[in-house]
Ligand binder design. Structure first.
Ligand SMILES: [Zn+2]
Length: 654
């Protein structure tokens, strides 16, 4: 039964923990080249980066600042409030000056009073927690990523605002950085006993527990690039994520909603406060709501509206998002919030003033609409993704607006997302219908060039004149074509560093710097641990695990095998028949099949732990809650066919 330990992972944002390296990592040491320094200096001149309004808004209503660290139960440091202390003063030449300013703004951690009866905790995690004063207690909107950060934030608020119970919870959307800390705010028992309303958008639980289950392993691996998790916090390392500072990689859980918002507009009172909710699915997240509090003239745009251009397709990978729908929601928001004088969101800092809010929403609306429309125009003119990405530039009225610049999303990446949304990944050129795999073509190119050393010499010339994109392309061929070339890896790492230093998007900076780190140190030795997400996995429907299990079946190894297994869950009274046919794993809900090779009877708790790979032999074989009927050998044969992806795959090396 040891073999019944394989990996799947369900994480809303694919943000999880546990990857370690052996030995001392070599990290970025390179200075900015003269070309990079000059580019950054010119970048600063093009924008009004000394505008102070955002800094005033990011500090407005400040009550108190947290210090020290947030720790896990075992003492692991999950969050160090001093880690970004280096962010003062003028931008160093190793950071894009626009990103530096944004990183400074996001560094304003603390408890803030937004308006009468509304407070925000910022900088305790990547997202914000909003507290609204009800008649009897706190209405908590969004509960951060982990139990630890949420508990710390709420305790900090209680210390400064007084101790009151949580009287309602609102989840704005189904990404883990907004619900994962729910159990640090209130327990399911308390919710049930005190009948505490838990409000969420329609489809919340399904999306939260299943978005990314199938490809969670790869998304977690790639999110390490996007969020720069393993980078040092420094002017040559991680300065921000675009949406805020660190994701707090603690224990992730979830609460079942008691009220769902499924209409375009739905009004309700929570603990004596009037709310107007709007259901806005399938833009930033498959399940999302925004809300207004008319009595407070406040609008919460959730994550459809942040102080950055958002992702139409995150660099970690996801299903592509609908830019036109997103833009339409912004248009509706302008009508829904005509009276709003305070804007808050799930990330970053608020906006005050009717005119400022309308401008903020309208600019975001038009950034997504312009991106959409101009991409479509160029698709019809015959341009392909890489060409469109190099062609589309925002008009000055949009590009000068700092609140919608590409700190998290990036216009060039978003343009490709629009192309993919309508046209798919293929660009129409038959040269790309059946190209060689990257390593094969790299070997051929190296042969033509005359070996890795010649490629490195040519790349060095490109690097010296600041043509980093060409240097990276050439060296990528050299690294893939000749994995033994240390010189190619080192120059590619140096190239990525310069690209990182120039990048305005924190997600690009983090990706380039993580790539440089892995070129020098190799991919991580260990993949993500699933132990931290068990609370959430317990809420995940069994079907999601079975789908992931089917997608883990080793097709070639399963060829010609016909095995049937009954799965009986004693506590939830569910029963499934699983069988392999044509090297495909099928499952059906129903009574155990009489002709099955084996029957596995157990509790959902143990099944989930087995799926997550956290159950040891003792938990399984020795448990009274697990029984095997029929052929144990066949059961082991069945589970041996399921792949155990460790999530440590190489990305920039071969
Ligand atoms: Zn978020």
């Amino acid at each position: 039964m040891k073999t019944v330990i394989f990996c799947i992972l369900a994480v809303g944002l694919a943000l999880l923990t546990g990857c370690t390296r052996s030995g001392d990592p070599v990290t970025a040491t390179g200075d900015a080249t003269p070309v990079t320094s000059k580019a950054n200096a010119q970048f600063a001149q093009a924008l009004k980066l000394d505008d102070q309004q955002d800094f005033e808004d990011a500090r407005r209503g400040f009550i108190a600042k947290p210090t020290g660290k947030i720790l896990a139960a075992d003492g692991t440091v999950l969050k160090d409030f001093d880690a970004y202390g280096f962010l003062g003063g003028k931008a160093p030449d190793t950071v894009n000056p626009s990103l530096w300013r944004h990183a400074q703004l996001n560094a304003n951690a603390g408890l803030f009073k937004v308006t009468e009866g509304v407070y925000q905790l910022r900088g305790f995690d990547i997202a914000n927690m909003t507290l609204i004063e009800g008649k009897t207690g706190w209405i908590v909107a969004d509960t951060l990523t982990s139990r630890e950060s949420a508990a710390a934030a709420l305790a900090f608020a209680r210390q400064h605002l007084g101790d009151k119970p949580v009287s309602a919870v609102i989840f704005t959307h189904a990404h883990a950085d907004h619900f994962g800390g729910a159990l640090g705010v209130i327990s399911p028992k308390e919710v049930a006993e005190r009948k505490v309303p838990v409000v969420a958008p329609a489809g919340f639980l399904e999306e939260a527990t299943s978005e990314n289950v199938l490809v969670g392993t790869a998304m977690v691996r790639r999110s390490i690039y996007q969020f720069g998790r393993d980078l040092p916090r420094s002017a040559k390392g991680n300065v921000d994520t675009g949406l805020g500072k660190d994701v707090v990689y603690g224990a992730v859980g979830i609460l079942q909603p008691t009220w769902l918002i499924f209409r375009a507009t739905q009004e309700m009172d929570l603990d004596g406060v009037h709310f107007v909710f709007h259901n806005v699915p399938n833009a930033e997240c498959p399940a999302e709501l925004t809300f207004s509090m008319p009595d407070k003239k406040l609008y919460d745009g959730a994550e459809n509206l942040s102080q950055t251009m958002h992702n139409l397709l995150p660099v970690r990978g996801a299903k592509v998002r609908d830019s036109l729908r997103w833009s339409n929601y912004m248009d509706q928001a302008l009508e829904q919030t005509a009276d709003a004088e305070v804007y808050i969101g799930s990330h970053n800092w608020p906006v005050w003033g009717k005119t400022q809010i309308r401008e903020f929403i309208a600019k975001h609306r038009d950034v997504y609409k312009y991106t959409h429309d101009q991409t479509v125009r160029l698709i019809n003119a015959g341009l392909t993704p890489r060409e469109i990405a190099d062609t589309v530039k925002l008009p000055q009225s949009l590009s000068n607006f700092l609140g919608a610049r590409g700190y998290y999303g990036d216009l060039r990446h978003n343009v490709k997302a629009v192309y993919q949304f309508y046209m798919g990944a293929y660009d129409g050129n038959p040269a790309n219908l059946n190209p060689l795999p990257p390593q094969e073509s790299a070997k051929h190119y190296l042969e033509l060039i005359g070996g890795a050393d010649k490629a490195v010499a040519a790349a060095q010339t490109a690097y010296d004149r600041g043509d980093y994109r060409w240097s990276a392309e050439l060296l990528n061929q050299a690294v893939f074509g000749d994995p033994s070339s240390k010189a190619a890896k080192e120059l590619l790492a140096k190239t990525y560093e310069q690209m990182a230093y120039m990048a305005e998007a924190a997600t690009w900076r983090n990706s380039y710097l993580t790539a440089a780190q892995e070129l020098r140190n190799g991919p991580p030795a260990k993949g993500a641990s699933k132990a931290m997400v068990l609370d959430m996995l317990q809420q995940t429907p069994i079907e999601r695990f079975l789908e992931a299990m089917a997608a883990g079946l080793d097709g070639p190894a399963a060829e010609g095998k016909n095995l049937k297994v009954n799965l009986v869950l004693t506590d939830t009274k569910e029963s499934y028949v699983l069988w392999i046919e044509n090297a495909v794993l099928h499952f059906k809900s129903g009574a155990p099949a009489a002709d099955a090779n084996a029957t596995l009877t157990l509790t959902k708790d143990i099944f989930v732990k087995m799926m997550a790979g956290t159950a040891g032999v003792k938990d399984t074989l020795m448990s009274d809650d697990l029984k095997v009927g029929g052929s144990k050998i066949d059961l082991v044969r069945f589970f041996t066919l399921i792949d155990k992806a460790p999530g440590t795959f190489a990305i920039v090396t071969k």
